[in-house]
Design a protein around this ligand. Sequence first.
Ligand code: PLP
Length: 414
Amino acid sequence: MSAAVATPAPLDVERIRADFPILSQRINGHPLAYLDNGASSQRPRAVIDAERRYAEEMHANVHRGVHTLSQRATDAFEAARERVRRFVNARSTREIIFTRGTTESINLVAHSFVRPRVRAGDEILITHLEHHANIVPWQLACEATGAVLRVAPIDERGAVDAAELAGLISERTRLVAVAHVSNALGTVLPVRDIIARAHARGVPVLVDGAQAAPHLALDLQALDADFYAFSGHKVYGPDGIGVLYGREALLESMPPWQGGGDMILAVRFDGTTYNQLPFKFEAGTPHISGAVGLAAALDYVSALGLERIAAWEHQLLEYATERLSAIDGLRIIGTARDKASLVSFVVAGVHPHDLGTILDQQGIAIRTGHHCAMPAIERFGVPATARASFAFYNTRAEIDRLAAAVESARAMFR
Ligand code: PLP
């Protein structure tokens, strides 16, 4: 077929913006330009409405009640799980565990999968660009067990070479844990290749998908990851809800992490029988309204189409890269060939925090600091960067405002 058929129809960004009530605000007297989507993205009215409707018409505790509201809440919660399953193309809802977010998902794997399996001298392999959520849980597991954390390098562009990473896999490697997309540099990692190489050595792989789920179409069966984690609040859904996907056979083999209600079938003082998947890993009352909101968010992004989203965000990334690179004294940190929707940068003579404050005065929200990825940022010889991260509702005009504001800040400090 012709290339034109494969090209997704462009998004109607102005119409989409109208779906996000928060975006029409003025901040410090200026229209809000929200360019901090990597930290948390905004919610469309469909998500806000779904959560409200749940609270007004369905709320009760799940899984335990015979009364109508409890049934409704259970149905809504389990329908949300099925929605997540379809979004990531998992085989079964038994593989979808609701958590508080990516951080909790990774900690669950560290506690239930890694700690019982590793011995002193075993290895966990990560990369240099990981978010602290994909570093510290492994450091804690290493401290507790005597295992060793090994770190695959990144190059001067912020890219990870799959072959180089695979070269660090040894007989003692028990898990490879890598980001799908770097939150500090924007790098898209060659996760498919990394997974294939790790599996060839019999090593399971966890993928931190916090920054990928909002931007890339996911097919976890094709990707073949063993664990995949992401957060609701970065994918246009509520905060406090996230997902751990786990391969069913691995989840079956793991002990529960937290104990309490819902994760059991029977409790006796001489022993407890755990519930089946996925409930075995969901102790206590879950974030039911959060799951409902997350499902609405996934409906929303799926209706727009991840391919169309990726195409528009790629244009934004290219435009921002071009506009910002043209600014005298500005250095982009993270220039990998394959990047997703964010630009990290430093400006000579202007501290990133000052820049963030000056931009906020003009209604432009960016993030400054180490982005919870200190090793990645320090690899480039800087303690902090400014980061503009884009969503499908951002516009070229907002990038023009960003570039103009950075230029005037540079002039102020010259
Ligand atoms: N991993 C990456 C790559 C991230 O960008 C983030 C958040 O910024 C996290 C993990 C942690 O996500 P959460 O704070 O939602 O648990």
